[in-house]
Design a binder for this molecule. Structure first.
Ligand SMILES: Cc1ncc(COP(=O)(O)O)c(C=O)c1O
Length: 381
């Protein structure tokens, strides 16, 4: 994991949104990259907020000693809002009932809670249903008057940000502004925020006071354009060390089901990584997966197993213990997370968040320095 790349990406995003503050979204353990190290790097590069889904994600950042403002936006009945409020976590509100539970937590914590009232402007996920907005504003205004709450923001999330001129984005922005104006009409002074990575890079008119990029912080283009064409630098490289090398005669079946048979005598390299670690099993179909190993891009042959994949190295000299790159920035010809997404009919978000588990050692490089974090056998990123 390249923290210098994270800092570079945050600087690119800051330059693209000079009039707004920047919230680095580090939910899902920093999109699989490591929430706390990414958060620290993003803050160093000019982010002033952090965004997460769950209260646990917020409390993990606090436990790591991070004291920047954090917004948490996805909660369940019974969540411990008092603890989150005591830890200075800003909370999103999605309904009147949700607000009541948060205010009950604030009372227990004996603290004023900082609220971001989320209006559902057209995604139909979380956020206050427009029909319920007036009641939420009434309750929030009363809580502010009572000293129980501060309304920090009115915000929403875009449905079509990856299609920059999609008319739905304009409609959502207009609805957000109406909802925000409703808060101002009650004497509240919230900021407005709406833009994810795609809107941060392509829709300056939607930046408002704060932008909330996630995927672009990790160097992946939100519109799926190849890394080489844009200013972002992918931060994650997934590597595995060769566990075993063997010479196999022609006509031998390889991996479960023998979907691939050696067409000639060849050298096979075994990598100790599989679908339990985030290498989608579908990548094994019809030779879709390639790795950079011993100076060339080589095919993974046969099925991807839970813990292992096999690489056909032909007559190349491959050593046990050397690294194969499964995906990375692409500079050395290795596949990228976008390549995997294309093969899988998915998006790079799913590829990088899918790499996980105790067997994958996370290593952070920062310019010249490299530091391991966690334990694992053969694979690392
Ligand atoms: C509410 C919210 N804001 C911002 C983001 C960041 O989105 P992206 O990773 O597309 O920049 C997300 C991620 O899905 C989100 O859920």
């Amino acid at each position: 994991m390249d923290l210098a790349a994270v800092r570079h990406n945050v600087r690119v995003l800051r330059e693209a949104s000079p009039g707004a503050e920047l919230m680095a979204v580090v939910k899902a353990d920093g999109y699989g990259h490591g929430a706390a190290p990414v958060a620290r790097a993003a803050l160093q590069a000019g982010a002033s907020w952090l965004g997460v889904c769950t209260l646990d994600e917020a409390s993990d950042l606090r436990a790591a000693g991070i004291d920047a403002p954090i917004l948490s936006w996805l909660h369940l009945p019974g969540d411990d809002f008092a603890a989150a409020i005591a830890a200075d976590v800003d909370l999103s509100v999605s309904s009147r009932k949700h607000l009541a539970a948060i205010l009950e937590g604030a009372a227990r914590a004996g603290r004023t809670v900082r609220l971001h009232l989320k209006i559902d402007t057209g995604l139909s996920r979380n956020g206050v249903d427009p029909a319920g907005w007036t009641a939420v504003l009434d309750d929030a205004t009363k809580a502010v008057a009572d000293g129980a709450a501060e309304v920090v923001a009115v915000w929403s999330h875009l449905a079509h940000a990856d299609a920059p001129r999609h008319p739905t984005s304009d409609r959502q922005a207009a609805r957000l502004t109406v909802a925000w104006q409703g808060a101002r009409d009650r004497g509240l002074t919230p900021i407005r925020h709406l833009a994810n990575s795609a809107a941060t890079l392509t829709r300056p008119d939607l930046h408002f006071d704060l932008v909330r990029p996630g995927i672009a912080v990790y160097g992946l283009d939100p519109l799926g354009r190849p890394a080489a064409e844009g200013p972002l630098r992918p931060a994650m490289t997934l590597r595995a060390r060769v566990a075993l090398v063997k010479r196999v005669p022609a006509g031998e079946g390889v991996s479960y089901g023998h979907e691939w048979t050696t067409p000639r005598e060849t050298t096979l390299a075994l990598l100790p990584i599989g679908y339990a670690d985030g290498v989608a099993r579908r990548l094994g179909h019809e030779g879709r997966m390639r790795v950079l190993l011993a100076g060339a891009v080589r095919p993974v042959v046969g099925r991807v197993c839970m813990d292992q994949v096999v690489v056909d190295c032909g007559d190349a000299v491959v050593r046990e213990g050397e690294h194969a790159v499964l995906f990375g920035p692409g500079h050395e010809g290795e596949p990228t997370a976008q390549d995997w997404a294309d093969e899988l009919g998915s998006i790079h978000y799913e590829v990088v968040t899918g790499v996980h588990g105790r067997r994958v050692t996370r290593t952070f490089s920062d310019g010249a320095r490299t530091s391991p974090d966690g334990a694992g056998a053969g694979a690392s990123w």
